[in-house]
Design a protein around this ligand. Structure first.
Ligand code: UFG
Length: 371
């Protein structure tokens, strides 16, 4: 298959590209490199640097490379940023997304897989969440992804698109080559590993008063390799003749609490990983776990690498071999010292601002989550 991966230089996109190339497909990556990394594009894939709103350019690329199917992984994806700048999310995730669909329509490319999010469900009434459950996003990020799903559905009905949306929760782990390198970083596992690596003094636990066994939030984590495999299976499934729009949840069906993640990371890395409990972060549902029954049944997908230990071990190995992420491996000593001073300053301000913090380096038993 000749596949265009929009957002193919990002964390999920680049790992998917690796998988497609290994499976013998021809891949063109289209990415504006705003958060993606040139170095993450594997040999054998072509990189075109461009913005998704640029419909004419997308059309040229689709024609020139005779694209047959599209994987769309390009999105703004920070929940808190979406709350303060919703316009940004509607521009990127909806308006630019429509330019992509229109470019596909103009070039008669009708197969698309969309990397969506479980944020479309908002605060679920029950877990594990099934695809037919109510969608009611509680932030512009989730709302913008849902709006794009709606557009896909109507393009399927009106223009014969074969479209699949994959909704997933928390993604972790790495391949030998590609891993998670965001700036700023807001996700739990990379932050925990930064602390393990001594780049940050401690991890903040956002709330310990949730109605869960250990009081911290429970999340469904899935290995980025398993996600890449699901993307490939979904792309293959769009080869069916009939127009369609399908939604699949992807998850490991196991939830882990924030404390379980930190404790498992202490074991995997052999480092202390100090943690402090601070107040809740706005908009965090207590428990998010997916039912992937449908994906298993229809796509033949099953997660193979998604144990917590495996995800942490792979992410840690990648971090050790890419000390400062992509392309910044030789950070100058002066810059490093400045970064450390900044961390110390932030952490001191933190201590002052939050009276309830508690230093926690004590081992917590694993196994209190929902597995
Ligand atoms: N957390 C901490 N400390 C941190 C970072 C996170 O305690 O420093 C906690 C959060 O409060 C949350 C859990 O760890 O309970 C996971 O948080 P992440 O920020 O890593 O991930 P989210 O669950 O918030 O976000 C994920 C995806 C989003 C998606 C969302 C659906 O990354 O794309 O699930 O709710 F929108």
């Amino acid at each position: 298959m000749r596949i265009l991966v929009v957002g193919g230089a990002g964390y999920v996109g680049s790992t998917s590209v690796e998988t497609f190339i290994e499976a013998g497909h021809t891949v063109t990556v289209y990415d504006n490199l705003s958060t993606g990394h040139r170095d993450s594009v594997v040999r054998g894939a072509r990189l075109v640097v461009g913005g998704m709103h640029d419909r004419a350019r997308l059309e040229r690329v689709m024609r020139e490379h005779r694209i047959e199917a599209v994987l769309h992984c390009a999105a703004k994806s920070l929940v808190s940023e979406s709350m303060t700048d919703p316009g940004l999310y509607y521009r990127h995730n909806v308006a630019a997304g429509i330019a992509l669909l229109e470019a596909m329509r103009a070039t008669r490319v009708t197969r698309i897989v969309f990397s969506s999010t479980a944020a479309v469900y908002g605060e679920p009434k029950r877990v594990p969440i099934a695809e037919a459950d109510r969608t009611q996003p509680i932030n512009p990020y989730g709302e913008s992804k849902l709006a794009f799903e709606g557009a896909m559905r109507w393009f399927a009905a009106a223009h014969g698109f074969r479209a699949i949306s994959l909704r997933y929760f928390n993604c972790a782990g790495a391949t030998e080559r590609n891993g998670e390198d965001h700036d700023p970083e807001t996700h739990l596992i990379p932050i925990v590993l930064r602390v393990a690596a001594g780049e940050q003094t401690h991890v903040q636990i956002f709330g310990q008063d949730y109605n869960t066994p250990d009081g911290t939030c429970i999340r469904d984590f899935i290995h980025v390799r398993d996600l890449a495999a699901a993307h490939l299976l979904a792309l293959e499934a769009t080869g069916e003749a009939d127009p369609s729009f399908e939604v699949y949840n992807l998850g490991s069906a196991a939830g882990f609490s924030v404390r379980e993640v930190i404790e498992a990371a202490r074991k995997v890395t052999g480092r202390a990983i100090p943690a402090r409990v601070v107040k809740r972060r706005a908009g965090d549902p207590p428990r998010l776990v997916a039912s992937s029954r449908r994906a298993r049944r229809d796509l033949g997908w099953s997660p193979r690498h998604s144990t917590l230990e495996q995800m942490l071990a792979d992410a840690w190995a990648w971090r050790l071999s890419h000390a400062a992420g992509y392309g910044r491996r030789k950070r100058r000593p002066a810059a490093r010292a400045a970064a450390e001073r900044e961390l110390e300053r932030v952490s001191a301000a933190d201590r002052e601002a939050d009276q309830e913090i508690e230093l926690d380096t004590v081992a917590i038993p694993v196994g209190v989550g929902s597995r």
